[in-house]
Design a protein around this ligand. Sequence first.
Ligand code: 5AD
Ligand code: SF4
Length: 570
Amino acid sequence: MMSLRCSSRLIRQLNKINLKNCRCYSDSSRINFMKDKLKHGPNLSEFITGSSEPILTERPNIPYLPDSIQDNLKRKVFFDVYGCQMNLNDTDIVWSILKKEGFERTKIEEEADIFLVMTCAIREGAETKIWHRLDHLRGFKRRRALSKYKNRPVKIGLLGCMAERLKEKLIEKEKAVDVVAGPDSYRDLPRLLALTDSGQTAVNVLLSLDETYADVVPVRLNQDSVSAFISIMRGCDNMCTYCIVPFTRGRERSRPIASIVDEVRHLSDQGVKEVTLLGQNVNSYRDLSGQSEKLDTHMAKGFKTVYKNKKGGLRFADLLDKVSAVDPEMRIRFTAAHPKDFPDEVLQVISERDNICKMVHLPAQSGSSAVLERMRRGYSREAYLDLVGHVKAAIPGVGLSTDMICGFCGETEEEFQETMSLMQLVDYNVAFLFPYSMREKTTAYRRYKDDVPEQVKKERHNRMVDLYRRKSQLLNEAEIGHTHLVLVESIVQKTGQILGRNELYIKVLFDQTDILSQDGGKRAVTPGDFVAVRIVGAKSSLLNGVPLYHTSIRDFYRDKSWGERYAVSL
Ligand code: 5AD
Ligand code: SF4
């Protein structure tokens, strides 16, 4: 009697919800709740209070969801990740959402029911790689359909920036693609995948003004890694004229500090030794979720934005302060940054905290003020050089990295020479160097001509790479004889050697030996250890060392400040 009453009440309630028009129609918790009620019936409090929450005693007919998702056939997902670190972290978010819905993960193609390809659209080369991968997956799908496993059809989903850029075109052109989901629609994936069961293709490429996935705890695909990524903000408002990111990832929005700090704590409890805070432009982070007395912080001298600065909220310096306080034995890194947002407060907190890596990403993009103007970067060569000097003075011994583009629209040989001279002047420890690739939708696409011939772009790119290699070789050689704090990442399978990274994110390789541990005994080195390593050899992107002793961040820096060991150049 009871169950009949409950059941009819529930069905009345469900009918009241117009699931198709309701924004939360894919709400997984509601579905899980229903599944739970179907299986176990009402709990005691629901029984006594006659709670207004729906109580299920029979399967409701939810027209938009095929049975498979409700029964959850343990479909296996294979992930393919292309592009930046942000994409790696987004894949962890996707995996967290799907895992909750009962999907499983496989690393073996043959076992997979669903292939999800996390895509990148930043340059044509990135997209070309993904088209090749899609060719392969299309063949795989066809072979499965003809095999004895044809009752387990393969589904292919394209996620991320390329999905956002090409949208429905992907389905029209690429008949093999079943799901297209942009960077802000990952919560909708279970529903999109369910739609494909009835043979439909499913697209959700809506961009959001507020989606930060703050409440989704990413499940790391690589659980063994000693380091993890945390996405602190999404989107970008800068609108550099060459860049597709504002169009594929939408407007800039920041995740509340509290949820970031919780995630850092959670990762620290799991034994993670290094987190990298991620965003397109992390140093313009602004948490507007709480009340704050703070007024605006200022930009570095000589820098401007194309958008109206938001006011108030907690800024990147506040975030660094809170995050670095969670666990003094956890290294903190951050990327990517824009040179305009390095006020003194940020530099100060980096210089004060031993566990914030003294490595600052200052993507110059070009050394020519005229090109910078066309790129709409908001600074000149001179303002950039002033900033470099300021950062070096504020954080003695700081490492610098950059992104550079050659062959941008209208770039003359003289303008390119200015990029080369900037690279001569500034000692970059790490540089990401790209030939310009025209992207549809961008301002450059509409306003300028992509007039530097491919061959010239290629040749300029080679010259930049040569210069960078020569300079980083010299910089690394200068480290010979110094002792670096190295976080051990892995043991090289072939040689048994140990691979780790120093504070500047340069790889350090050394032989396995038992070394003095902090308890006075001796022990071998394992991933996750902090080891003091004397540098004995250098290549342009690798240091060779001799391990001295096990240590910790606090012990290593107890007697010496970071800057003491380095001469301030520039
Ligand atoms: N062509 C070449 N490089 C680009 N980048 C962004 N857009 C383009 C483009 N259209 C580079 C910039 C940016 C990095 C992530 O990618 O240097 O900082
Ligand atoms: Fe692209 Fe410029 Fe935003 Fe970086 S800051 S993501 S280059 S628009």
